[in-house]
Design a protein around this ligand. Structure first.
Ligand SMILES: C[S@@+](CC[C@H](N)C(=O)[O-])C[C@H]1O[C@@H](n2cnc3c(N)ncnc32)[C@H](O)[C@@H]1O
Length: 132
């Protein structure tokens, strides 16, 4: 699994608690996570995702079953940039049938958009499944 945007570690911690039997590769510029939400240092990749994620391409290609892209902010320009980046970098690492969750709408070739679960607020999060 992949967490793009560790931030304070809240979504990472949620994934770990609920799906903790799988390795979670975590990406951010800096580690600002709460002490109780710290990822495994061996799976934490600090720096610009544009550089850190492609550097792992050989080990991750086609293997990621779940990616959470949580890179949005109140900066509209930045949101365009990070959504474009996730749309470019995530598809090749995803396993067939793998799911991408995103706080921003993504343009993903070879993926279908999946309905949010009942009760989830439309337009706040987006789900995509890789074909195959
Ligand atoms: C909305 S916050 C993540 C919140 C986090 N998921 C949580 O539960 O606390 C977005 C994070 O993405 C990181 N980020 C945004 N663009 C990035 C990039 N290009 N490379 C690395 N980190 C980036 C920011 O540093 C920030 O910590």
């Amino acid at each position: 699994m992949i967490e793009l945007g560790l931030g304070l570690g809240r979504t990472f911690d949620h994934l770990r608690r609920n799906l903790g039997d799988r390795a979670i590769y975590v990406f951010d510029r800096v580690n600002a996570a709460y002490p109780e939400c710290q990822p495994d240092p061996a799976l934490l990749f600090l720096g610009e995702i544009e550089e850190t994620l492609p550097a792992l391409h050989q080990s991750l290609a086609g293997k990621v079953v779940l990616a959470n892209s949580d890179l949005g902010s109140f900066d509209r320009e930045s949101n365009h940039r990070v959504a474009d980046m996730s749309g470019r970098l995530l598809p090749s690492v995803m396993a067939p049938g793998g799911i991408i969750m995103s706080d921003l709408p993504l343009n993903l070739g070879g993926f279908e958009e999946v309905d949010l679960p009942p009760g989830a607020q439309q337009g706040c999060y987006y789900l995509y499944r890789r074909a195959g």
